[in-house]
Design a protein around this ligand. Structure first.
Ligand SMILES: [Mg+2]
Length: 260
């Protein structure tokens, strides 16, 4: 571990995924808070990079706090922010997503409309997705709106089961509109560019999904540490991105770098 002998101030940033690494839905993953503390004590900055566009920044900070992790807004980079970064201030968007996406669009100066025409249709994770929303979104795309998806994750891990992810919703709109979506979140360019601005000294990506976290690491040119506490099971087969290291959870990865 070449970085670990350096002075703490030069120890760089760990990019840590949230769902499947820090928590499963509302249940914190054991040891994750202690692992983040140990990283910080050793001089690493931890930036949480999530494809979940549903919670607002305050809701994410509150969930982190309940999981035992103190954080500030600057410690979070979200697919909602990445999606908003694709739109110009003063443009309009029809939104199939939750509060986190609306917050990011408002911060960007994008006006939200409830039917087309619009400059963009933005689709993120939401439990409120029905036929009417699908029809309205597809119609707006057919009228000329760009189709932007926060991410392509097919599933959303919870303690009990895998729920449909945003990828399932964006696929429905893309199919109905016969349009190819632009994707904002991990591992795509808008979130990569955001991370390069917000956390230029990244040293490692820790995540549970090789197709997003692993490919993000490749695009940032840093190693990928796969954890088996989320969507990738122990005894998994071939993966979309071969991890540089693998551990049962975040605590195990931190143990390997800092010693148990
Ligand atoms: Mg994850």
């Amino acid at each position: 571990m070449p970085d670990d002998d350096e002075l703490p101030a030069a120890a760089g940033v760990w990019l840590v995924d949230l769902d499947g690494v820090v928590w499963l839905a509302d249940r914190p993953i054991a040891g994750s808070a202690g692992a983040v503390s140990r990283l910080r004590d050793a001089g690493r900055r931890v930036v949480f990079a999530t494809n979940n566009s549903a919670p607002t920044i305050d809701e994410l900070l509150d969930r982190l706090s309940r999981a035992g992790i103190d954080a500030v807004a600057d410690d979070l980079v979200t697919a909602a922010q990445a999606a908003a970064s694709m739109l110009e201030a003063g443009s309009s968007a029809l939104v199939c997503a939750e509060g986190g996406m609306l917050e990011a669009l408002a911060a960007r100066g994008v006006t939200v409309v409830t039917e087309g025409p619009a400059d963009a249709v933005v689709v993120g994770w939401t439990r409120r997705f029905d036929f009417e929303m699908l029809a309205t979104a597809a119609t707006a795309v057919r009228m000329g709106a760009r189709l932007i998806g926060t991410n392509e994750d097919p599933t959303h891990p919870t303690p009990d089961r895998l729920l449909p992810g945003s990828g399932a919703l964006i696929a429905a709109v893309a199919t109905a509109a016969q349009a190819a979506p632009e994707i904002a979140g991990k591992p795509h360019e808008p979130l990569v560019a955001l991370l390069q601005r917000r956390a230029p000294d990244a040293r490692l990506v820790v995540g549970d999904r090789p197709a997003t976290d692993g490919l993000l690491a490749r695009r940032l040119g840093v190693p990928f540490a796969l954890v088996l506490s989320g969507v990738t099971a122990v005894g998994h087969g071939a993966l979309e991105a071969v991890p540089d290291e693998e551990g049962i959870d975040l605590a195990a990865i931190v143990d390997r770098h800092l010693g148990p």
